[in-house]
Design a protein around this ligand. Structure first.
Ligand code: FAD
Ligand code: NAP
Length: 563
């Protein structure tokens, strides 16, 4: 028994629970998910002395970096910034080897954090949460796992991830394929060798763009099925020198503060001061050249209006289209790879290593399926445009049911038996992305309505975890039994999230930000685009005003606190 479990067993809630229902173990907080969010939550909640249990369906920590083991998987935020800031010892001792860390290194980091802070003892692996039901009499949640065990908790925190619900489209004949199929977001733990094989990749999003060059180097022949081309910028990944790391580490507290408080996306970089049309075409070209040579996502911060003005955006989009034409030798293939149907950056921009050059290889074919969808998977391959392509293996790089998919897989039942799925039938509605009216005492990490996927996610995760744990401390000290977003506060926030989104070009793309990649999913711009700095201030102000916009009700009698 760990200290926290001992504490839980000794707590009045646990004792009451045991007296009333020996089947349901009781905790102060249940956390769902053990990615970077769940791990940091556990650390902070322990610090408050709250009995906490984390449930994780995988067999290890790391979330995204546990599941996405496909060849070429790596970060698109620089390693010195895509890491926890909560422990100075941790950030000083950990050594990153590359500008953009690869998946194995990030997973190693996650495991290091779990060991260093002794997290595993309170994480239950290989356990999926299937339902969580609110009891209005006790203000507590009953949480049920896939093996039928029930648990009770006053608070449930969904740290289930925004890109954690990998999705293979429902292709006709999928199970008939005789070769191997893979999904990038659910990659096997053992190494996969494509040497000598005929491989098909479906999709050309970030995961495909990272994996295609690596698979092409192994496969006998690779065929890429593209529905929509993506804009990709060279990563220009390289090893990190000790001096560069030291320069960050020496100034970490201040640099982390700036990322949190002064940036839109949680990433430090030179802030653009002018719009694209304020420069002459020659100067603009020079600046894009500099950013292209430097590599990385900062290309989209060359000017301050690329996400706001279509005319400005066109200059960047045209620059990248020209680069694609320079890199890809066959003009017909280059044309297919040039995106033209949405503004650059409004679908998540990609970073690559040799992606476009890969289409110059003799063993790589690009098939345009925009007007000829995949008709069916056959025992030997797949059919599109009336033609069968034969493969030994097919890789689905077809993405995720993003932002809401992992919640939809759990039966979340709030007040009056309403499910979250029903509540969100027309798209997700939250207050600050943190809570939902009708679902008291349940928090969401990086939920829809927060900056989330538009930011360096670790910055946003830490901000949510800190806000929620401070909040739980407040609730406990003030003997608050239930906290719930009020309807007016939620309505106001949803309207604000929409208003800000529609001032930008983002809603013009059929992106997963809009839910457009999932047939039948309501099309709503899900993340909050106001910026992490602005959002952070808003959250802090809400807390400073005694959690304005939330209804707080006093604790019920302990005697009724158990399920
Ligand atoms: P996750 O890491 O997704 O963890 C959630 C966990 O919850 C998972 O382990 C899942 O198994 C578990 N879970 C879900 N439902 C249940 C359930 N019902 N029961 C039990 N367990 C459950 N972000 C960036 O900022 N920069 C990047 O460069 C970047 N690269 C990415 C690359 C890829 C391939 C992907 C897919 C995402 C990337 N992201 C990136 C986003 C990334 O998801 C976040 O950075 C971060 O890792 C999310 O952490 P998390 O803990 O919130 O969620
Ligand atoms: P994605 O961006 O959603 O890309 C999925 C691809 O599959 C798209 O090209 C899509 O085409 C295609 N597709 C989906 N359904 C299809 C169908 N039925 N038929 C044919 N094609 C189909 O998913 P992802 O590449 O896994 O990336 C998701 C997100 O994860 C990224 O946007 C990013 O935030 C994160 N990520 C980051 C990195 C990184 O660099 N660090 C790497 C991977 C992922 P359409 O565009 O036409 O829908």
């Amino acid at each position: 028994m760990t200290d926290v479990q001992r504490k839980a067993a000794a707590s009045p809630i646990a004792n009451n629970s045991a007296a009333n229902n020996s089947a349901a173990k009781s905790y102060d907080v249940i956390v769902v998910g053990a990615g970077f969010a769940g791990m940091y939550l556990l650390h902070r909640l322990r610090g408050l002395g709250l009995s906490t249990r984390v449930f994780e369906q995988g067999s290890g920590v790391g979330g995204t970096w546990y599941w996405n083991r496909y060849p070429g998987a790596r970060c698109d935020i620089e390693s010195m910034q895509y890491s926890y800031s909560f422990s100075n010892e941790l950030q000083q001792e950990w050594e990153w080897t590359e500008r953009f860390a690869a998946q194995p290194e990030i997973l190693k980091y996650a495991n290091h954090v779990a060991d260093r802070f002794n997290l595993r003892s309170d994480i239950q692996f290989n356990t999926r949460i299937v339902s969580t039901v609110f009891n209005e009499d006790t203000d507590r949640w009953t949480v049920t796992t896939d093996d039928g065990q029930r648990y009770s908790a006053q608070h449930v925190i969904m740290a289930t991830g925004t890109l954690s619900n990998a999705r293979t489209p429902d292709f006709k004949g999928l199970s008939s394929f005789k070769g191997k199929t893979y999904h990038t977001g659910h990659w096997p733990h053992e190494s996969v060798d494509f040497t000598g094989l005929r491989v098909g990749v479906v999709g050309t999003g970030s995961s495909a763009i990272q994996s295609i060059p690596v698979i092409a180097a192994q496969a006998k022949h690779l065929t890429v099925f593209q529905r929509t081309p993506n804009f990709s910028i060279p990563a220009r990944n390289h090893d990190l020198t000790p001096d560069y790391q030291k320069s960050w580490k020496d100034d970490y507290p201040e640099l982390r503060r700036r990322a949190r408080e002064e940036t839109r996306n949680g990433v430090i970089g030179a802030l653009p001061t002018k719009g694209a049309l304020e420069d002459t075409p020659e100067d603009r070209h020079k600046l894009y050249d500099i950013e292209w040579e430097r590599g990385g996502l900062h290309f989209m911060s060359s000017y301050n209006n690329l996400a706001l003005s279509k005319e400005a955006n066109d200059t960047a989009a045209e620059y990248v289209r020209n680069k694609i034409a320079e890199m890809v030798k066959d003009p017909a293939v280059a044309k297919l790879l040039q995106p033209t149907t949405y503004p650059i950056g409004t679908k998540r921009i990609c970073l690559d290593t040799d992606y476009y050059d890969t289409f110059n290889r003799d063993n790589v074919t690009l098939v345009d399926i925009r007007n000829a969808p995949i008709e069916q998977i056959t025992p030997n391959g797949l059919i599109t445009g009336g033609k069968e392509y034969e493969f030994d293996a097919i890789v689905f790089a077809t993405g995720f049911d993003a932002m809401t998919g992992s919640f939809a897989k759990v039966e979340i039942r709030g007040r009056d038996g309403l499910t979250l799925k029903e509540k969100w039938a027309e798209g997700p509605k939250t207050y600050l992305g943190l809570m939902v009216t009708g679902f008291p005492n349940m928090f969401f990490i990086t939920g829809p309505g927060s900056p989330s996927v538009l930011s360096n996610m670790i910055v946003s995760i830490e901000q949510h975890v800190d806000w929620i744990t401070d909040c739980l401390d407040y609730l406990r000290k003030n003997k608050i039994g239930a906290m719930e977003a009020t309807q007016p506060a939620e309505d106001h926030w949803v309207a604000h999230v929409n208003e800000v989104a529609f001032k930008t070009l983002y809603p013009q793309a059929n992106s997963w930000y809009m839910g457009a990649n999932i047939p039948g999913k309501p099309q709503v711009f899900m993340p909050y685009i106001g910026g992490v700095h602005v959002y952070r201030n808003t959250c802090n102000e809400v807390a400073a005003k005694g959690y304005e916009g939330f209804a707080l009700t006093a604790e019920k009698q302990r005697a009724t606190a158990a399920e």
